[in-house]
Design a binder for this molecule. Structure first.
Ligand code: AMP
Length: 213
């Protein structure tokens, strides 16, 4: 049978999942800083090292059998085409709204200024759904990084971004005003692979499950 392909999210999730992969005997057997496709220590498993936002796409299309990706990315992508069998409890953080400390937007009650609130975020879909549920119309400004800068330079009134320790917000004079959702890394599996490679994938998922603590 062809090897199992596991897509890993480059960055924080990769760093946090490497100890677990190594314990499982699936550590990379190659230079993960340069190679995008790396054999693992297990000849039956190959690793893809890709941008987090691309992991659901690779798995959905079967270019990877399974992947490790943040719940934030899955929620933004719309993960219904994938199985999501495991919460790895790593790379934990939360997706929150934040505003400039002392600004009217630091107090959600102060939002009723009549003007549409401008929200800068890397997560336009999650943000749109959140405010739509509350019946609030906001202007969403899509950014690709450094969200914290946007309210400081008047590009946006608030941001929706990942928060872990809160140090980045504090350092930039921002305060967290509301938590949208808790985030951790999930294992996602391609639906066709789950049928075609059932035994191998079930075995791998069971091994991951026992190792995750
Ligand atoms: P912190 O200063 O610890 O609150 O971390 C916030 C910064 O780290 C923000 O720029 C976030 O986008 C990023 N960050 C925090 N947690 C994660 C995570 N689990 N995955 C990716 N980026 C994160």
């Amino acid at each position: 049978m062809s090897p199992i392909t596991l897509a890993l999210s480059k960055g924080r999730i990769l760093e946090d999942s490497l100890p677990m992969l190594t314990r499982l005997g699936l550590g990379p057997a190659g230079d993960i800083d340069r190679l995008l496709r790396v054999p693992s220590e297990d000849p039956g498993v190959h690793l893809l090292i890709i941008r987090p936002a691309d992991v659901p796409t690779y798995v959905e299309h079967g270019a990877a059998d399974l992947g490790v990706v943040g719940k934030d990315v899955l929620m933004e992508h719309g993960g219904s085409a994938l199985y999501e069998p495991l919460d790895l409890d790593i790379a934990r953080c939360r997706l929150s709204i934040a505003a400039v400390k002392g600004s009217p937007y630091a107090d959600p009650a102060g939002w009723s200024s009549g003007r549409r609130v401008r929200v800068a975020t890397k997560y336009p879909e999650i943000t749109r759904r959140h405010f739509a549920q509350r019946g609030e119309q906001v202007e969403i400004i899509k950014l690709y990084g450094s969200m914290e800068l946007a309210p400081l330079v008047g590009l946006a009134d608030v941001i929706v971004d990942l928060v872990d320790t809160g140090n980045t917000l504090r350092a930039n004079g921002l305060v967290e005003t509301e938590v949208l959702t808790q985030v951790s890394s999930r294992v996602v599996v391609n639906k066709a692979s789950m049928k075609m490679k059932h035994a191998a994938l079930q075995d791998l998922l069971a091994r991951i499950q026992t190792m995750k603590a």
